[in-house]
Each structure stands twice: as structure tokens, then as C-alpha cells.
Design a protein around this ligand. Structure first.
Ligand SMILES: NC(=O)c1ccc[n+]([C@@H]2O[C@H](COP(=O)([O-])OP(=O)(O)OC[C@H]3O[C@@H](n4cnc5c(N)ncnc54)[C@H](O)[C@@H]3O)[C@@H](O)[C@H]2O)c1
Length: 341
């Protein structure tokens, strides 16, 4: 079955998904697009072959599955509209600008019983999948501590080319919700659920309600402790980058760069190693049936077969929203420890 997909929102991330779909080999056609900015819709259509539609409803009527790639405040409404039409939906993260709206969007797709997926892309990053593999080695002993630094330039410039991330009514908040929702999801996936968080946040760039500097101390079930540093700076020379260090009883494992590594490890049994780039992709691919996991191929295949794959769904994202919400409540109290529900 060739899956006809449509896009609501035709900016930076829609373009990324369009290219990823093409590269993925998934049996699909990008059939329709709508953007409130017709120039963006036309540019996307030219690159993807989609037909430009005059409304969101016209896109939904023309396709088998919908990508929601608008700025964040529009996500829950568009997801609920897709669910009401019985359409499978891929929603970009964050699901919404509030926890309640994120829960409502997830409830709508669950109730409608439609295939649904969320753009928590670190779950299909070769580097993070390699880290997951390294952490599964019993020779490591237990995870004692994790340090994660996530920094990028304030994304209202450079490759982003949009200003909505400085507007609280559209973005909800700053670096923690908009970017580090990926981090809290990855940390719980890789280590354990968080039990409590203590967070402090500040703003250097002066956009009301948009924090750009966050440090959170996290306690995980099982006793591991962690620190998340999430920063939006003004260093345009530096792309979005992460560095993770995981310290176990008998291993020290690091990850750099969101996708390509290197991932390095050293264990007290004397073993050590490092994987990066093509070598890293090959190792991940070998463990995944000869294909590096791809969120877009996963979505199209789930729609074609009517069976959810193993990519994260909206309920998974709700959990990340709950953690982020606890972090914001802690920051609002000046850093008090807040239990994660
Ligand atoms: N998964 C990731 O790693 C990742 C990366 C970047 C962005 N995102 C998320 O994707 C979303 C979009 O980000 P972006 O960088 O593509 O922003 P963008 O500004 O490049 O694109 C958003 C587009 O949505 C359009 N739009 C807004 N409201 C609309 C509506 N009601 N109907 C139709 N079009 C509408 C805008 O005109 C704009 O063209 C955000 O929620 C962002 O957090 C996720």
C-alpha cells in the first residue's frame, strides 16, 4: 500500500520529515500540504511534490495519514481534528504548551484508536541506540550517575528562520519544554523513571516566559542521580549539541553529538571501545535487522499495516511532559524538590 501523507505546517521540521521520508524507502507519497504562510507551503510543495491545499480540512480529506508540524500551540487542536477524522497522526514534540493539553491530545488519539507517533527523534538516533546497547551490559553494574549537557543557539535565527520560539503563546516556554523534552524522555528510557527533580531556571535573552538557562538535579528510581544542563546561547557557530556521561559501578560511558557519536566506554573488566559515524551506524543497523531505525519509515509502515511499531507514541510523550511540568514547578518554587507523578 502506498501511504498518502499530508502535512499541516511546512517549515523546518516538515522539510526534515519530507527528506527523511524520501531517504527511508518507505512506500509513500506526500500528497498534500497546508501552511498559514502560503510561501512556505509552496516551497515545501515544490520540494516534495505535494499539492498545496487551502485549509487543514482539505489536507485531511486527501490523505491516509497526517504530520502535524506547526508551532507547538497548534498541535493539540490539529491532533484532535485528525483523531476525529480517524486519521493516523504523527505529531511533533512538544505535544502542546501545557500538560493538560498534551494529555487531551493523547486521550483523543487513544479514544479514536488511530496509529499515533511523536517526534521524539533521539529514540531513533544511532548514537542513543548504541548507548542503550552499552548500558544493557550486565558487566556495568548499576548506573550511579548521569550528566547531560544540551546546548544550542537561541532558535529564532540561523537554520530555524522563525521567531515563534520567543513567543510564550506559541512555544509555551523555553529550552526545557521546547528542546529538553527530548532529554528527559531519553534519560527515562535509558536509565529509569525519575522519582524527583529539583530545578533552577533563568533567562538571559529577555523574551518573557522563555527561559534559556536551566539546571535540573534528578533522582531516578533505583537511586541513580543526574544533572541536566539545558542552555540556549548566542553562539551561532555552534550547532545543537549534546554530551552525556553515564557513570556505573563498573563502567564509564560517554556520548557526544545527537546522532553520529562518538560513543565511548571503559569497563573495570579491562574492555573499552569507541564507535562513531559509519561504524556506529553499521553496528546499530546489524542489531536492527539490517536497517537503522527511522521514525518516518516506522510511521508509514505502521499506517500501512495498521499496527503500531516500536517508535514512541503520544502517551510516551505525555510522560515526558509530566517530568518537564514537575521541573517547571520546582523552578517556580526556587528549586525545591518536586516528586514526579
Ligand atoms: N523533533 C525535533 O527534533 C524537532 C526539531 C525542530 C522542531 N520541532 C518541533 O516542530 C514544530 C515546528 O517547528 P519548526 O522548526 O518546523 O518551525 P517552523 O516555524 O519552521 O515551521 C512551523 C510552520 O507552521 C506553520 N503554522 C503555524 N500554525 C499553523 C496552522 N494552524 N496551520 C498550518 N500551518 C501553521 C507556520 O507558518 C510555519 O511555517 C515545533 O513544535 C517544534 O518544537 C521538533
Amino acid at each position: 500500500m502506498t501511504v498518502k501523507v499530508g502535512f499541516i505546517g511546512a517549515g523546518h521540521i516538515a522539510t526534515y520529515h519530507g527528506k527523511s521520508l524520501r531517504r527511508s524507502g518507505a512506500d509513500h507519497v506526500i500528497a498534500a500540504v497546508y501552511d498559514v504562510d502560503p510561501t512556505r507551503a509552496r516551497a515545501f510543495a515544490q520540494a516534495s511534490g505535494a499539492e498545496v491545499m487551502g485549509s487543514e480540512e482539505a489536507v485531511m480529506a486527501a490523505v491516509d495519514a497526517l504530520y502535524v508540524c506547526t508551532w507547538t500551540s497548534e498541535h493539540p487542536r490539529a491532533v484532535m481534528a485528525a483523531a476525529a477524522c480517524g486519521l493516523p497522526v504523527f505529531c511533533e514534540k512538544p505535544l502542546a504548551i501545557t500538560l493538560d493539553q498534551a494529555r487531551a491530545a493523547a486521550a483523543a488519539v487513544e479514544e479514536a484508536g488511530v496509529i499515533n507517533q511523536v517526534g521524539l527523534v533521539l529514540r531513533s538516533s544511532p548514537a542513543f541506540l548504541e548507548l542503550e546497547h552499552q548500558l544493557a551490559d550486565p558487566a556495568n553494574g548499576r548506573v550511579q550517575a548521569v550528566v547531560l549537557r544540551d546546548d544550542q543557539y537561541l532558535p529564532v535565527q540561523g537554520i530555524y528562520g522563525s521567531s515563534w520560539r520567543a513567543d510564550q503563546t506559541k512555544a509555551g516556554a523555553g529550552t526545557l519544554l521546547e528542546h529538553s523534552i527530548h532529554d528527559v524522555d531519553a534519560l527515562e528510557w535509558l536509565i529509569a523513571p525519575m522519582r524527583s527533580v529539583s530545578t533552577r531556571a533563568s533567562t538571559f535573552h529577555g523574551h518573557p516566559g522563555i527561559e534559556d538557562t536551566v539546571v535540573s538535579s534528578m533522582e531516578f528510581v533505583g537511586g541513580a542521580q543526574g544533572t541536566l544542563v539545558s542552555v540556549w546561547h548566542q553562539l551561532l557557530e555552534r550547532p545543537s549539541l549534546r554530551r552525556l556521561e553515564v557513570i556505573c559501578e563498573h563502567a564509564f560511558i560517554t556520548l557526544e553529538h545527537d546522532a553520529h557519536g562518538p560513543v565511548t566506554w571503559i569497563r573495570s573488566d579491562g574492555s573499552s571501545g569507541s564507535l562513531e559515524g559509519q561504524e556506529l551506524r553499521a553496528a546499530v543497523s546489524e542489531r536492527s535487522g539490517g536497517r537503522v531505525p527511522n521514525q518516518d519509515r516506522g510511521f508509514v509502515e505502521a499506517v500501512a499495516t495498521g499496527t503500531a511499531g516500536d517508535h514512541p507514541d503520544l502517551l510516551t510523550a505525555v510522560r515526558a511532559h509530566e517530568v518537564v511540568d514537575a521541573m517547571y514547578r520546582s523552578a517556580a518554587s526556587g528549586g525545591n524538590a518536586v516528586m514526579v507523578g
